[in-house]
Design a protein around this ligand. Structure first.
Ligand code: ASP
Length: 329
């Protein structure tokens, strides 16, 4: 039987860090090396290796990500059945979400990486790559959007987050769970997202935008907020306290800012939904929403920033942006 055609696109990250320098590892293994060191991949799929970038994922830009999105789009439109992207785990929760929102094809897109580099005992890169290719080749995530495969779990990019600096089980979709798992050569999808995927039409040649993420801190003056527009930001995501709260002295500046650019209210707890009608003090969630801030709902600030960036880049108006955030699950 003909095997599915899977492209492995490499960006770098710990999965690619095979070279040791004085004090640590650096990216050095591209998609060709990853594939040639793991012959089992070819039992699962007909593989094409595409070296794309060779950086730690902290060195990726949003322009890089839109270029990867374009490459993935081309591959999937031209006979490739599924794509696996290998990259650093530090930013997977943002990159996979960006791909979920911008890749137009319904074919599987699977992102993976490693928590332990290939020179370390117990390195997880090869197991993760094989599992990711199994998921991609199975076709079972077709139509579900971009997924992240780590540690044999299949997470949806809308919910996945990195929760630990070094543990191989660092990825979690809490308060939800993974969509499924890989066991031996079997791929299981136990759950599917209830909401249809939203695709944002972003041209990689469109004018770039910048979205600031600002953490609201105990005892801070918040004076940066006055300068956000002058500094050239097109939008801001607030990592507010608790259920969406800020200190009183910043409230008027935020109201003024929200009349000029989208100001999205998210929670620095990074779990749970921003509330809307529980607290009524000066600087509470209900106060801020009345003053024109947009609720991030259940989206954590990192994902809210990616969503806002893409909506701005796609030329959406303040009201369109508000409506997409308000209806998000
Ligand atoms: N610093 C690495 C990166 O994100 C960490 C990793 O890949 O796990 O590129």
């Amino acid at each position: 039987m003909e095997k599915p055609h899977v492209a492995i696109v490499s960006l770098g990250g710990t999965i690619s860090m095979g070279k040791r320098e004085d004090v640590g590892v650096v990216p050095s293994l591209d998609a060709d090396s990853l594939v040639s060191s793991l012959p089992e991949l070819r039992d699962v799929a007909d593989i094409t290796a595409i070296p794309f970038r060779m950086v730690a994922s902290s060195g990726l830009s949003l322009a890089d990500l839109l270029a990867v999105r374009d490459e993935i789009g081309k591959l999937l439109d031209n006979g490739t059945d599924a794509v696996v992207l290998t990259q650093g785990t530090d930013t997977i929760e943002e990159t996979s979400f960006l791909l979920n929102l911008t890749v137009k094809s319904d074919k599987p897109v699977v992102v993976t990486g490693a928590m332990r580099d290939p020179t370390t005992p117990g390195s997880d890169g090869q197991a993760n790559l094989l599992a990711a290719v199994r998921v991609a080749a199975s076709g079972l995530t077709k139509g579900l959007g971009t997924v992240v495969v780590m540690n044999d779990d299949i997470h949806h990019s809308k919910y996945v987050k990195k929760t630990h600096t070094s543990n191989p089980a660092a990825f979690s979709s809490f308060p939800l769970g993974p969509l499924g798992w890989v066991s031996e050569d079997r791929v299981r999808i136990a759950l599917k997202p209830a909401a249809n995927r939203i695709i944002i039409d972003v041209d990689s040649k469109s004018r770039d935008r910048e979205v600031l993420m600002f953490t609201v801190l105990l005892g801070d003056s918040g004076k940066l907020v006055k300068h956000v527009v002058d500094m050239g930001y097109d939008g801001i995501v607030l990592e507010a306290m608790g259920a969406g709260h800020v200190f009183p002295s910043i409230v008027d500046d935020l109201e003024e800012l929200a009349s000029r650019i989208p100001v999205v209210l998210a929670s620095r707890t990074r779990n749970g939904e921003v509330l809307s009608k529980t607290y009524a003090f000066h600087g509470s969630e209900s106060d801020l929403l009345k003053r024109g801030l947009i609720s991030a709902g259940a989206l954590n600030p990192l994902k809210a920033r990616i969503l806002l960036y893409l909506l701005l880049r796609a030329g959406k108006s303040m009201e369109e942006i508000r409506s997409i955030f308000e209806n998000w699950i």
